[in-house]
Write a protein that binds this ligand. Structure first.
Ligand SMILES: *[C@@H]1O[C@H](CO)[C@@H](O)[C@H](O)[C@H]1NC(C)=O
Ligand SMILES: *[C@@H]1O[C@H](CO)[C@@H](O)[C@H](O)[C@H]1NC(C)=O
Ligand SMILES: *[C@@H]1O[C@H](CO)[C@@H](O)[C@H](O)[C@H]1NC(C)=O
Ligand SMILES: *[C@@H]1O[C@H](CO)[C@@H](O)[C@H](O)[C@H]1NC(C)=O
Ligand SMILES: *[C@@H]1O[C@H](CO)[C@@H](O)[C@H](O)[C@H]1NC(C)=O
Ligand SMILES: *[C@@H]1O[C@H](CO)[C@@H](O)[C@H](O)[C@H]1NC(C)=O
Length: 818
């Protein structure tokens, strides 16, 4: 069966089956499909208002159907997705999952079921998920887990569960979970915790606990939870706490919490009292890292009551996004020697710091790293904070005052110049608009970040010791400074038109020039950077010339002399217009547009060459001659037609008025005039006697004598030949060689009249022995005639001449005699 036939048979069958057939896969027929898939076989159909899990190809690796309206997952929905490694179902209002829904997902690594409406967690869901490593069950309205739901998840490394509804955690709930990198439990309303429920989980990398309610209302419960997760190597994060009185600090007073080394508070509000009690509770605890994020402080900084406590292991103190409600009463950590003299690292980011008094700075005896970014420092208050450039913070290695309101580059350089150990200085996102010609810097300075300022020029203020320099997002138009030690230079987001000269940056390994005004660059420019390894130049105003495109494409492919390490698709042509907006990597320029000069010169050369060749060939083939012949032929033909019309007129009968037209060359004129003409036109008696009948005088047409003056020679010849019964060609060397012009005319004409006549009308007289080969090849007609027609040879011997004349006469009168 041929294919079309098979197809129609199938169609017939299907239509015969009718509604029964089309109705069978009822559910899947109405199931929408998810088509937003990429090359990595990852389908993202989030935020699409699906009410069912959309159908996808069974080869999909990652499926994101979060934030839809999928309320139920049936056992068919995910059947066959054996390769799926990630499934995101969060934010769907999901209320029910059929027990075997995930059975075929053997390879699932990531499962997110958070922010749904699951009122219970079923162990059966997870029984086939042996590869699962991350499970998120947060913010569902279950009040407890209920059974050892996770016992089949042997590879589980991250578990998030709980939510506002979670009330109870029992020991058996987490049976089988015994080693996690991350555990996150939202238990703000936790009411019951069976001691030891988390105790089997070890090692435990990070634990995040939301225990708002327990800390306020049930410190014993909070303490029991903390006791189970605090190991020296575990980073504990406590969220949503509201620490007010002594009571809410109680969980920290338990001996168990003394194992904590790293503690982070997030979304915390606290009072002076709570801080003092916390410091007391932590007295002598070898806590090394303390971090506060999103903090609301309601106190005034009166923490002296805890001044006797010991916190000498504190190594890093970090605060970010701290809001001090009563800023003007706040004491700015004035007398905190007991706390401040130990940390080596201090970060106070976005804490509304407008000044750190010199006295406080002087307390920071061990400080090596100070981050005061995103605060309210000005030139004036920074001067105070750094004690006017005096001998404070002598161990400082890193200073970050990014995102403040600083304006004077020379001032900051003076202030830090005495910090002899300072290697990193980040003064980015400040208001620097100009750079002085010279600046003092600490001798150790290696990294300098002045990005996102308003600098219009870079001067030799920049120290020669720099290894990493970030000047991105300024207003620089050029950069050419000698920085002999520089390894990394970021100049992106400026207005550079050219690459900086590589000779001045001999150690440079990384150069970033994204989002500038570069039009193009050359290999030679890049080669001048002898150590360049990473080069990034996307988002410039590239002129996509052929050389440049080829060069860039080789670089983007990684095969060229340079390596471009940024996003290939961000290399976009700016001009020419037809390529504008096209990624350079995908531009295809034609050969013609790429090698214009070569193409033009080659084609010109070719034209010239073939022209020459043609002319030579034409010359060799006597094209001019043929042309002239054709021209003559055309004119002759026309003349002939005209004459033929005239001839048709009655009374013009006797047009054949000559017996023969004689075609001869000037050199042979004497023979014709002295011998031929007298012999034929006035036959002598001697000749008469030898003939049987009286020899009639013949009439000859000679162009010299008989041509009408004033007519075109061609016409003359034409009419002469037409009026003549025969044509005598008097051939000699000179006829063929020098007189070929004449000959050609005559001959062309002859050829014209003669078509098909086989040359009977032509009589060839050879004045001297002439072989066919002496005749130029192009006179092929003549050559043909010579081989077909017997020709008469003018005998040199006098005795044979009468015979010649007789033969000639016979030939001329051949048809008369018949
Ligand atoms: C799917 O797309 C949304 C934005 O539409 C994005 O937020 C989410 O991260 C994407 N999911 C994945 C798995 O990349
Ligand atoms: C889900 O459906 C409800 C109404 O049933 C509608 O209000 C809501 O916008 C839908 N959500 C999405 C993400 O489509
Ligand atoms: C911060 O914690 C409070 C309870 O103390 C809670 O009501 C609030 O939602 C939390 N904020 C965030 C952003 O989690
Ligand atoms: C806070 O409570 C602890 C233990 O309950 C107690 O030792 C301490 O004195 C209290 N501190 C204050 C300031 O009340
Ligand atoms: C300084 O702080 C900014 C913003 O917090 C950060 O991006 C930058 O990396 C920090 N610089 C250093 C040297 O740590
Ligand atoms: C320089 O500072 C900017 C802005 O704070 C930051 O994004 C960038 O990463 C810093 N550069 C370096 C090299 O640290």
């Amino acid at each position: 069966i041929r294919r079309p036939m098979l197809f129609s048979v199938l169609l017939l069958l299907l239509s015969a089956l009718g509604p029964g057939w089309s109705g069978t896969p009822d559910t899947s027929a109405r199931r929408p499909s998810c088509t937003r898939c990429d090359l990595r076989r990852s389908c993202n159909c989030s935020h699409s208002s699906f009410t069912r899990v959309p159908a996808v190809t069974t080869r999909v690796l990652s499926l994101d159907v979060s934030f839809n309206n999928i309320t139920v997952v049936t056992s068919d929905d995910l059947a066959g997705l054996k390769l799926l490694t990630a499934l995101y179902l969060q934010g769907n209002g999901l209320a029910s999952i059929q027990p075997s829904a995930f059975d075929s997902l053997w390879n699932l690594v990531d499962l997110d079921l958070s922010d749904n409406q699951l009122t219970a967690v079923n162990q059966r869901w997870f029984s086939g998920l042996g590869a699962l490593q991350r499970l998120n069950l947060l913010n569902n309205p279950y009040s407890c887990l209920g059974s050892p739901v996770f016992q089949d998840l042997l590879r589980l490394r991250r578990l998030d569960f709980g939510g506002p509804a979670l009330e109870e955690i029992r020991k058996r709930d987490l049976h089988g979970v015994n080693q996690l990198e991350e555990l996150s439990v939202h238990g703000n309303n936790l009411a019951r915790y069976e001691s030891g429920a988390f105790a089997d989980i070890w090692p435990l990398g990070e634990v995040t606990l939301k225990l708002h309610g327990p800390f306020l209302a049930n410190p014993a419960l909070a303490a029991a939870v903390l006791a189970d997760v605090t190991y020296p190597e575990t980073h504990v994060t406590l969220e949503d706490l509201h620490l007010i009185q002594n009571r809410s600090i109680q969980p920290f007073t338990k001996a168990a919490t003394r194992r904590i080394r790293q503690l982070t508070f997030r979304n915390l509000s606290l009072t002076d009292e709570a801080i003092v009690n916390f410091l007391v509770a932590m007295n002598g605890v070898p806590l090394t890292y303390m971090s506060f994020e999103d903090i609301t402080l309601t106190g005034e900084g009166r923490w002296e009551p805890a001044g006797w406590t010991e916190h000498e292991s504190i190594d890093e103190l970090s605060a970010r996004n701290v809001e001090i409600l009563d800023v003007f009463k706040f004491l700015s950590l004035m007398d905190m020697t007991f706390l401040l003299k130990y940390p080596r690292k201090g970060s106070f980011i976005n804490c509304g710091v407008f000044v750190m008094p010199c006295r406080t700075s002087q307390l920071l005896l061990s400080l090596q790293y100070l981050d005061l970014s995103d605060n309210l420092l000005t030139d004036l208050t920074l001067t105070e904070s750094l004690c006017d450039g005096g001998r404070t913070l002598q161990d400082l290695r890193v200073l970050n005052v990014s995102g403040n309101a600083l304006k004077s580059l020379s001032l900051v350089s003076q202030l830090v110049s005495k910090h002899s150990k300072l290697t990193h200085l980040d003064i980015s996102r400040n208001g620097y608009s100009s750079m002085p010609a010279r600046c003092p810097w600490p001798a150790a300075l290696r990294h300098l970040n002045i990005s996102r300022a308003k600098l219009t020029a870079a001067t030799s203020c920049l120290p020669a010791t720099l290894q990493v320099l970030d000047l991105s997002y300024n207003h620089l138009r050029s950069f050419s400074l000698l920085l002999p030690a520089l390894r990394e230079l970021d100049l992106s987001g400026n207005k550079l038109l050219h690459l900086p000269p590589g000779g001045l940056l001999p150690q440079l390994e990384t150069l970033t020039l994204q989002s500038n005004a570069l039009i193009m660059f050359h290999l030679s420019e890049l080669r001048s950077f002898r150590r360049l390894e990473n080069f990034q130049a996307a988002n410039n105003k590239f002129v996509c010339s052929c050389d440049f495109v080829a060069f860039l494409q080789s670089g983007l492919a990684g095969g060229g002399a340079m390596r471009l390490t940024d996003d290939k698709d961000a290399y976009v042509c700016d001009s020419p217009l037809d390529l504008q907006g096209q990624p350079v990597a995908r531009v295809h320029l034609s050969l013609a547009s790429c090698h214009q000069v070569v193409v033009v010169s080659v084609s010109c050369g070719l034209v010239l060459f073939s022209g020459t060749l043609l002319s030579v060939a034409l010359w060799r083939l006597h094209a001019l001659w043929y042309l002239k012949m054709t021209w003559a032929w055309i004119r002759a033909k026309r003349g002939s037609r005209r004459r033929n019309r005239l001839r048709g007129v009655p009374g013009s009968e006797a047009l054949v008025s000559f017996d023969a037209f004689v075609s001869y060359s000037e050199q042979d004129a004497s023979w014709v005039e002295n011998l031929l003409v007298p012999e034929l036109e006035e036959p002598s008696d001697a000749n008469q006697e030898s003939l049987q009948h009286a020899a009639r005088p013949l009439t000859l047409c000679l162009h010299k004598r008989d041509f009408l003056p004033g007519r075109w020679v061609m016409d003359n010849i034409m009419s002469a030949m037409e009026c003549s019964r025969r044509t005598i060609f008097v051939l000699s060397e000179s006829f063929v060689r020098s007189e070929w012009c004449r000959y050609e005319l005559d001959f062309s004409h002859f050829w014209l009249l003669d078509c098909g006549a086989g040359g009977d009308d032509a009589i060839l007289v050879l004045l001297e022995p002439l072989s066919k080969d002496d005749i130029p090849k192009r006179f092929c007609k003549l050559r043909k005639l010579m081989s077909s027609t017997t020709y008469l040879e003018w005998p040199q011997d006098d005795g044979r001449r009468p015979k010649f004349w007789r033969s000639l006469r016979d030939a001329l009168q051949a048809d008369e005699n018949q």
